[in-house]
Design a protein around this ligand. Structure first.
Ligand code: HEC
Length: 153
């Protein structure tokens, strides 16, 4: 609680909203630019399925009538934070489907043809702002040996 209060004051002093961008206080400015770009990409390309604020679709843990898993949330309740940077990059570039889906199609579309490598990294970096500090720490560890590919940096 006290840490939050200090964080908010600090964030207020340097002029951005702590509530909207909790990761920002720990970010260098290149990351901040990436987050801003990533948020825009998210709104244009991802929000229709994953929700404006990454809340996912209702019943995302249950297979639907076609035997497919609906778009999951990206925030603390989802499991996006369990994937390394390399894996997040691959999911967004190549698309993804749960191997147990009853259909074969990629329910998570591939963005490798529509987003540049730096844009894929930007939108993945934006997703990190939706996680708790503990989740961010875990994911940073996971990414130590599985970073974004050099082409994206
Ligand atoms: C047409 C709907 C749709 C769009 C658009 C879409 N996704 Fe997805 N996404 C899905 C679905 C459905 C899944 C779950 C697939 C599964 O597990 O079967 C998913 C899964 C994911 C996952 C894996 C999450 C996890 O917990 O394992 C990530 C990361 C992701 N999407 C990121 C994105 C990003 C970033 C964008 C925009 C660039 C995007 N998605 C756009 C439908 C979509």
């Amino acid at each position: 609680m006290r840490r939050n209060a200090v964080f908010c004051v600090a964030a207020g002093l340097i002029g951005f909203s702590a509530a909207a961008h909790p990761a920002a206080a720990h970010s260098s400015s290149p990351d901040q630019a990436r987050i801003t770009a990533g948020r825009l990409i998210y709104q244009q390309r991802c929000a229709a399925c994953h929700g404006e604020r990454g809340e996912g679709q209702a019943g995302w843990q249950q297979r639907d009538a076609q035997g497919e898993l609906p778009p999951p949330p990206h925030g603390p309740k989802g499991h996006t934070w369990k994937h390394s940077d390399a894996m997040l990059y691959r999911i967004i570039r190549d698309g993804w489907r749960d191997p147990f889906n009853k259909t074969q199609r990629l329910t998570m579309p591939a963005f490798g043809q529509t987003l540049a490598p730096s844009e894929i990294q930007a939108v993945a970096t934006y997703l990190k702002t939706l996680w708790t500090p503990q989740q961010r720490r875990f994911q940073r560890e996971e990414s130590r040996n599985q970073p974004f590919p050099p082409a994206a940096q």
